[in-house]
Design a protein around this ligand. Structure first.
Ligand code: FPP
Length: 258
């Protein structure tokens, strides 16, 4: 019997055994190209978003074998409100349905879900579903899935700075002690490690306001594949490529012990 197609995990293990450094613990993904994927098929853009949502499950399920403990996906940006009212409404409805439909599988598969972004602008029902999903998956630890929804890196830094300033004004924080480690404690991602690898699909080489602070030393991978075509095999291939990269974090080779 032909085994079912799955990610090329043996290749990843081999790359690690070759003496290359470990794979990425935290991968962040800008899921781009849903609209073009649909339009090239003569279908409405929402058709592409639905196909994209199906890919999310496949990629989350591939994470444990690939050694990816944290996966962060960009689902809706603070700029995406500029799209037509019908596309925005369709996406919001998709998020509500996705959470309702996938909650049980996520709980059973050991996935812990968190949301980042400014959720106050989202409709109340969606906010409730997000809160519930975070609560029911809070005991899970196999994969930490973070969904960026109404997220913008600048907005996140601005909101963090506002809270930091409030703490200074209230006398809870001494401004003289503020350093590089202070601000991340106020970011939405404060419980997450920084991403090791950021992937963007669809051939665009931009970061579009995603994890601006956190990705200062991330590796980037831009692939031409449109998100609805982004398979676990492609994901595994990128992870394998990452294992061969040398990350120096500003130091020279001898200092990094790669
Ligand atoms: C970018 O493609 C994609 C989005 C703005 C939405 C991403 C949403 C999903 C993949 C849906 C599922 C997500 C979850 C969490 C269930 P685009 O519309 O900008 O494509 P284009 O550049 O081809 O127009």
């Amino acid at each position: 019997m032909t085994p079912p197609e799955g990610p090329d995990t043996t290749a990843v293990a081999a790359a690690r055994a070759d003496g290359a450094h470990a794979g990425p613990r935290h991968v962040a993904v800008i899921m781009d190209g849903n609209g073009r994927w649909a339009q090239s098929r003569g279908r409405p853009r929402l058709f592409g978003h639905h196909a994209g949502a199906r890919r999310v499950r496949e990629i989350v399920e591939a994470c444990p074998e690939l050694g990816v403990k944290y996966l962060t996906i960009f689902a809706f940006s603070t700029e995406n409100w500029k799209r037509t009212q019908s596309e925005v409404a369709g996406l919001m409805s998709l998020f509500r349905r996705y959470i309702t439909k996938e909650a049980r599988t996520l709980v059973e598969n050991g996935i812990r879900v968190r949301f980042i972004g400014d959720r106050l602008r989202l409709d109340r029902k969606l906010q409730e579903l997000m809160d519930e999903l975070e609560a029911v998956t809070a005991g899970n630890d196999l994969v930490h899935l973070t969904v960026a929804l109404n997220y913008g890196g600048r907005d996140e830094v601005a909101r963090a700075t506002r809270r930091l300033a409030q703490d200074v004004a209230a006398g809870r924080l001494d401004p003289e002690t503020v350093n590089e480690e202070t601000l991340p404690r106020y970011l939405d991602t404060h419980v997450l490690p920084d991403p090791d690898l950021v992937i963007r699909t669809s051939g665009e080489a931009r970061i579009s306001n995603f994890l601006l602070w956190q990705s200062a030393y991330s590796e980037y991978e831009f692939v031409d594949t449109l998100w609805p075509d982004f398979s676990a095999e492609i994901f595994a291939g990128i992870i394998k490529g990452f294992c061969g990269r040398e990350r120096r974090f500003g130091a020279v080779r001898e200092q990094t012990n790669v």
